[in-house]
Design a protein around this ligand. Sequence first.
Ligand code: ADP
Ligand code: MG
Length: 252
Amino acid sequence: MTDILVLKGISKRFIDENTVCQALSDITCTIRRREIVCLMGPSGCGKSTILRILSGLDTADSGVVHGCNGEKTGNIHTAMVFQEHGLFPWLSVADNIAYGLTMKIRSRSREQIKRKVSDLLSLVHMEDFASSLPHQLSGGMKQRVAVARALAVEPEVLLMDEPFSSLDPFTRRELQDEVLRIREKLDTTFFIVTHNPEEAVYLSDRVIILTRRPAKVLKEIEIPQSYPRNMAEPELIALFQEITRLVSTGST
Ligand SMILES: Nc1ncnc2c1ncn2[C@@H]1O[C@H](COP(=O)(O)OP(=O)(O)O)[C@@H](O)[C@H]1O
Ligand SMILES: [Mg+2]
């Protein structure tokens, strides 16, 4: 697998009314094309900050982010899905998905946009809800639309910040299976922040675990088991226990 995103020596601190908060300290890691990587670590250690830097919403104090072709942060084509879906409440499901398209790809005709929205709606199984408003949808459905909207701009890496943590376990599993299906279909690369070790073991090819603040990479764990995964398998249970231990103790 070739690299798609390389972070080298990323550091970041925040200064608030004379208080200095060192969030990230020398974060180095690589995401490979078509990988699903979960990022874990204690609350407040800097996971969201890393995603914000990768998406261009924030900048690092030092270090570099390289895209697959050697370009810098702003040129890496990413999209973000947040824990709260972030849909525009006044726009229909279809218009929420089309919004990113009309903003990003101005040259597309109305017909092209319509076709693309319809493809995305069926990709996330929401074709029957094109004209619904967000408040008419369940939490899981809103998150499906948020995923479709993010995929509309054809990101090379889809960044997700605790995307399923407000969903019930059954809906969460459905959405995790959607991620696996979308990767098969579109070859999307996923970089997902989660605080749920079970989710990391079920979904990811690799888990990157951070220490407490200032965050460094504590350990990377490969999960070689094929999909779909049976979480009752002893190897997966052992990985779940190991990841839980690493995140909660912050030491190897
Ligand atoms: N804009 C900001 N100004 C000041 N401090 C911030 C800002 N953003 C994040 N922080 C601080 O940086 C640390 C890491 O935050 P964050 O990346 O949101 O953690 P996580 O997502 O791992 O819970 C926290 O201590 C947080 O309070
Ligand atoms: Mg966060």
